[in-house]
Each structure stands twice: as structure tokens, then as C-alpha cells.
Design a protein around this ligand. Structure first.
Ligand code: HAM
Length: 420
């Protein structure tokens, strides 16, 4: 009878040894940078109430209308979180984080889920790192978020990236703009793509985001949001740009930048890379001054970003940027006979207690097979022990790279390893 073979779900991937070291390296940089910027980690469950995401992200967005993994259990309706801003807003309100005083600076790393059509750089389970700064409407907060995001990419050494910047205004600016867009597109409605026609009434700003060829010539001459911003929104945007200039963070203004989530107000940004192919957004974010109230809290301004880790990995790979070192063992203990194996179990403990990584054979293989295994695992050193070594107290200490050996007491070997 044919055996069942199980596989990961379409668009979801296992992160295997060889790759997981790179993930850890990237995660360490994120955590270290968060420490430098004084952002504290928040971990929220992967399941949230569907209603929270629908209200937070927006009923009419692609994410909510087409891409949610939802579950029913009893009366409750859950969704695998497609992003983390609405969950963080929920946690902020639920735990009264405002009562801790001052602004809340939070960061997260974790899996998100969107039932999109998988392709390079687009998965159904993917990972984001992101940050949310809650409780300030000051442009300094917007720039702090952008600085934090950019600093991580700088540390990793990613090149060919562009920060695209826009302001999508407050609801009033946006209503005026929406009307102007509808007036502009109305005479050409029949010439627009089907997707854009559907967006005309519900969300005309998303027409600007269209990838369809037939829309491009109309989009090119469409009115720009920047001409419809209220005075406050204009001066907020001007201050964000001034501060970015001050910090020497390059950006490109893109008045057509509309994000795929509905909660944004004022600042919106996206970090794109030319090394990613069609899914070119490494990360994105912006200000969302109305979301906290939308999910049941007091009016609280906030700004944040999130970036895809898989896309970061793809960009690094195409630029040959190394992501940390492989986790080779420092020492492999090669044993001959039961007594030697017994000795090794204790010796390996002593080695590890000094912070050195060590491994050994776990299945009584021949010396030759163990040597081969030590080479395969790229161990830096091998310690070879059998009955005669145990009698004399002198063990073979082999430098695997140089193929050099010496006979030494265990204490001496330990000293050499510590000072290597
Ligand atoms: P987003 O633009 O939907 O924003 O996602 C941020 C990043 O997550 C994208 O730029 C991309 O790198 C990655 N990403 C999104 N979908 C996928 C996918 N299917 N496969 C692989 N990577 C993907 C947000 O999620 C907002 N919560 C950002 C934010 C935080 N705004 C304010 N605070």
C-alpha cells in the first residue's frame, strides 16, 4: 500500500538547518537595533477575532475580502493574523498600555498569513518584523519609525533600496481627493480595467495602485493627493521630510503611493528594492491616527512599519550578502570503544560549559565514519580517544582545517580551545 506523504501547505515553507542560522542572524540584528532604539518586544497570538482584522485593516481591502484564513469554533470566528498592527492596537487597548504613561514603543517578529497566490517573494505564511510607536502625532515619531527600519537594512548591508514617501492626509483631505479622483476617472470608466472599475465607487485611491496596462495612461495624469492635503497635513508632511533630510535619509516622493491597508492617515511609506522582481516591497508603513479608536480605545495617534523577512533574504541572496556564519561545531569528539564513549559524555560537558560548541558520535560508528562525519559537519577540531589514550591520559587533538595533530592531556586541550 502506498504510504501517505505529507507536505507543507501551498505557499508555506519549512526553515531548515543551513537557512535557520541566517534567520537567527537577521533576528539578532533586529533585536539589537530595537534595544538601541529602545523599543520593547510584544508577542501577540497568531489567532485574532475576524471582526478585529476586518475593522482594523478594512472590509474592502484585498487582505480582508480575499486573503484571510478564517476558522469557526462554536460561536467564535477567528482569523490567522494577516498583519500585526491591528493586533498590537487591540493589545494596547485591552491592556490599557496608555496608562503606563508616555508613548509606547513596541516591536515584533513573527509569522503572518495571507491566502495569496504564491510566487517568488509572496507566501501564504511569511514573516514580518515591525514596530509601532503609539501615542504621538509628532513628525519626530514618524521619522523615528523610518530611522529604525532603515537602520536594520543598513546593518545588514542591503543596497539598491529606495524609500518611497507620501502623505495620504486625514479623512477630510482624503474625501476631497476621493471626489476629485472620481470626477477625473468617471469619463474614462469604461476604458479602465475591470478591477479598477470595481474600485471606482468603493476605493478610487486603489486605482492608482493598479498594475493593469489599460489603467496606466489614466493613472499617469490623475490628480495628486498632495494637492488636496489640509494645511495641517501639509505642514506635518513637510516636517517629516525636513527631519529625514536632517538625518541624511534619502527618499523619493511618490504621490501615487497608496498602501493596501485602510488605516493610514498622513505619512505613508514603502521601502522597495530592485533585487526582488515583481514583489518589490521590502517593507512599508505609515501613520494610523484613527485605528486605536476604531478598535475600541481612546483617540490615540500612532505610526509604524512592517517588513518581510523572506523578501529581505531574497534581496541579500541576489546581492551575495552573507547573513552570518554557518553553525559549525568547534569540536567533534571521536571515540573508539565503550570506555571512550563513556569518557566523552563527561568531557563534552566540560567543553560545553566553557561556551564552546561540541558534538560527538551517537551511534557507535567506526573511527573512519566518525572522521567523515566530523569533516561533513566542518568541525574545526577533533579530539580522538580510545583505550590507549585513556591509559596514557594523552589524546589526539586534531586541527581539521590544517590536518595537524598533537598528543595532549585533556586540560591542555581545553586551554587551547578556550584560547583558540
Ligand atoms: P504590508 O505592506 O501589508 O504592511 O506588509 C509589510 C511587508 O510584509 C511587505 O512590504 C512585504 O515585505 C511583507 N509581505 C506582505 N505580504 C507578504 C506575502 N504574502 N509574502 C511575503 N511577504 C509579504 C503591513 O503589514 C502593515 N501592518 C505595516 C504597518 C505597521 N503599518 C503600520 N504599522
Amino acid at each position: 500500500m502506498a504510504q501517505n506523504r505529507f507536505q507543507t501547505h501551498h505557499g508555506m515553507k519549512d526553515i531548515l538547518p543551513g537557512e535557520s542560522e541566517k534567520w537567527r542572524y537577521v533576528e539578532d540584528i533586529i533585536k539589537k537595533t530595537a534595544r538601541e532604539f529602545h523599543f520593547s518586544e510584544i508577542r501577540t497570538p497568531v489567532l485574532e477575532q475576524t471582526e478585529l482584522i476586518a475593522r482594523g485593516v478594512g472590509q474592502l481591502t484585498d487582505i480582508v475580502s480575499k486573503e484571510m484564513f478564517t476558522f469557526e469554533r462554536g460561536e467564535d470566528n477567528y482569523v490567522l493574523r494577516p498583519e500585526c498592527t491591528a493586533p498590537v492596537a487591540r493589545a494596547f487597548v485591552e491592556h490599557h498600555l496608555d496608562q503606563r504613561g508616555g508613548v509606547q514603543k513596541l516591536f515584533y517578529i513573527g509569522p503572518m498569513f495571507r491566502a495569496e497566490r504564491p510566487q517568488k517573494g509572496r507566501q501564504r505564511q511569511f514573516h514580518q518584523f515591525g514596530a509601532e510607536l503609539i501615542g504621538s502625532s509628532d513628525p519626530i515619531a514618524d521619522v523615528e519609525i523610518i530611522r529604525f527600519m532603515m537602520r536594520i537594512y543598513e546593518k545588514i548591508g542591503l543596497k539598491n533600496i529606495t524609500l518611497q514617501l507620501n502623505s495620504v492626509g486625514n479623512p477630510e483631505s482624503r474625501n476631497n481627493y476621493r471626489e476629485a479622483l472620481q470626477n477625473y476617472f468617471r469619463p474614462h470608466l469604461n476604458e479602465l480595467s475591470e478591477v479598477s472599475q470595481a474600485r471606482f465607487e468603493t476605493n478610487p485611491m486603489r486605482i492608482l495602485d493598479s498594475k493593469e496596462d489599460e489603467d496606466q495612461k489614466w493613472v499617469a495624469d490623475a490628480p495628486l493627493i498632495t494637492d488636496y492635503l489640509s494645511e495641517e497635513c501639509q505642514s506635518h508632511y513637510a516636517e517629516v521630510k525636513r527631519l529625514l533630510n536632517e538625518l541624511g535619509i534619502p527618499y523619493t516622493e511618490n504621490p501615487l503611493l497608496v498602501r493596501g491597508l485602510d488605516y493610514y492617515t498622513r505619512t505613508a511609506f514603502e521601502l522597495t528594492s530592485t533585487d526582488l522582481g515583481s514583489q518589490d516591497a521590502l517593507g512599508g508603513g505609515g501613520r494610523y491616527d484613527l485605528l486605536i479608536e476604531e478598535v475600541g480605545g481612546k483617540p490615540t495617534p500612532a505610526v509604524g512599519f512592517a517588513s518581510g523577512i523572506e523578501r529581505l533574504m531574497i534581496a541579500c541572496e541576489s546581492l551575495d550578502i552573507p547573513l552570518g556564519e554557518n553553525d559549525f561545531p568547534d569540536v567533534y569528539i571521536i571515540t573508539r570503544g565503550d570506555k571512550a564513549r563513556n569518557w566523552a559524555v563527561k568531557a563534552i560537558d566540560q567543553i560545553r560549559n566553557t561556551g564552546i560548541s561540541a558534538t560527538m558520535d551517537y551511534s557507535g560508528r567506526s573511527i573512519k565514519a566518525q572522521m567523515k562525519d566530523a569533516n561533513r559537519q566542518e568541525a574545526t577540531y577533533a579530539v580522538i580517544v580510545g583505550d590507549s589514550e585513556l591509559e596514557t591520559g594523552l589524546f589526539t587533538f586534531r586541527n581539521m582545517k590544517e590536518s595537524e595533530e598533537e598528543l595532549l592531556p585533556f586540560e591542555k586541550i581545553l586551554q587551547k580551545l578556550i584560547h583558540a
